[in-house]
Design a protein around this ligand. Structure first.
Ligand code: DP6
Length: 322
């Protein structure tokens, strides 16, 4: 009763921010992302009668308290489906250093869901697995399918899942992540989602997000970078406007974040294929066309406060290891 699974992290082009149902992580809007090839979590789940409680070790650190409880709650769902009461040991590694500021909850809960389902021999479809991963971390729903992925907001647990709209090799975008801060964020995304509705701008964001998503999917399918770039930056800026106007307000940007945003805009004005998007942190994801990558990398390295740059290209679906 053991299985090992891996899943990539992902970066959203059209963001998830706010829930209609916090307990089930039913989002307030659909979102659209790309898996980040090369950046993944590998997780082994072993159910055993010899264990009296769940145990989880992430990057050689034993989890306790709320982080362990989140994993136990997630395993409980699979145990219920399988009619199994056994406790489990979870051993998980991220192949990207912890604390570089690249979100790991998406890859972590996608890998955990696939490993737990396989260990209990649950035959879940991709949509069912994605919906299961969503319960652990919303963005994890998008790390289950391959390549370029839509997470349909849905109406209930079953209908809120992600699916691929194009395979990883559809478009050779590179995500150059400008690492600006490795500090633990003051307000994490789970708490942030609960503040979204306190912003007077969230209603305007939600009223317009499905149109942006449709247009962004079209831009990706047509590989229309100019249109894609405008929509991706607009969607990130609108989400940050909501964050910055919630109660309490969340300002994730640091001065180098803004310096990178300006530089990316200047480069695009010069005809370089690059645009930015920012999650709940100070780091900036710079999405580049292949011919722009080396120039953008050099430009980012020259900005004060950019500590490191990590590169990723579109990645495939979550997978089982034998
Ligand atoms: C800003 O999926 O990390 O990165 O469901 O509470 O784990 P939880 O939240 P999470 O939220 C991601 C927020 C975001 C935007 C996005 O990835 O769509």
């Amino acid at each position: 009763m053991q299985a090992t699974a891996c899943a990539h992290s992902n970066i959203a082009f059209i963001k998830y921010w706010g829930n209609r149902d916090h307990a089930l992580r039913l989002p307030a809007n659909s979102s659209f992302s790309m898996n980040l090839g090369g950046l993944f979590t590998r997780t082994t789940v072993r159910f055993s009668a010899a264990l009296s409680a769940d145990r989880a070790v992430v990057d050689d650190r034993v989890l306790e308290g709320a982080s362990l409880a989140r994993i136990t709650a997630h395993l409980d769902y699979a145990r219920r489906l399988a009619g199994c009461a056994l406790r489990a040991e979870v051993i998980s590694h991220n192949n990207f250093p912890a604390g570089v500021g690249i979100a790991s909850s998406a890859s972590a809960f996608a890998a955990l869901s696939l490993a737990a389902a396989a260990a209990l021999d649950l035959r879940l479809s991709e949509a069912e697995l994605s919906a299961y991963a969503r319960l652990g971390s919303g963005s994890a729903a998008r790390s289950v399918p391959s390549g370029f992925v839509i997470w349909h907001m849905g109406e209930d647990h079953r209908s809120s899942y992600a699916e691929s709209v194009a395979p990883a090799d559809h478009w050779q975008l590179t995500d150059l992540v400008a690492i600006i801060s490795t500090a633990h964020k003051a307000v994490g995304s789970t708490e942030g989602h609960q503040l979204a509705e306190s912003s007077p701008l969230q209603a305007a964001r939600l009223a317009t997000s499905s149109a942006r998503l449709e247009q962004c999917v079209q831009a990706v399918l047509e590989r229309d970078f100019e249109r894609f770039a405008r929509l991706v930056e607009l969607d990130s800026d609108i989400m940050h406007a909501v964050m910055q106007t919630s109660a309490p307000p969340l300002l994730y940007w640091l001065p180098p974040t803004v310096a990178v945003m300006h530089r990316v805009r200047q480069l695009r004005a010069e005809g370089i294929g690059v645009c930015y998007t920012i999650d709940a942190g100070a780091n900036v994801h710079c999405l580049c066309l292949p011919e722009a990558v080396e120039r953008v990398r050099a430009e980012l390295s020259a900005i004060e406060g950019v500590r490191e740059i990590r590169a990723a290209q579109p990645g495939g679906s979550a997978w089982l290891e034998s």
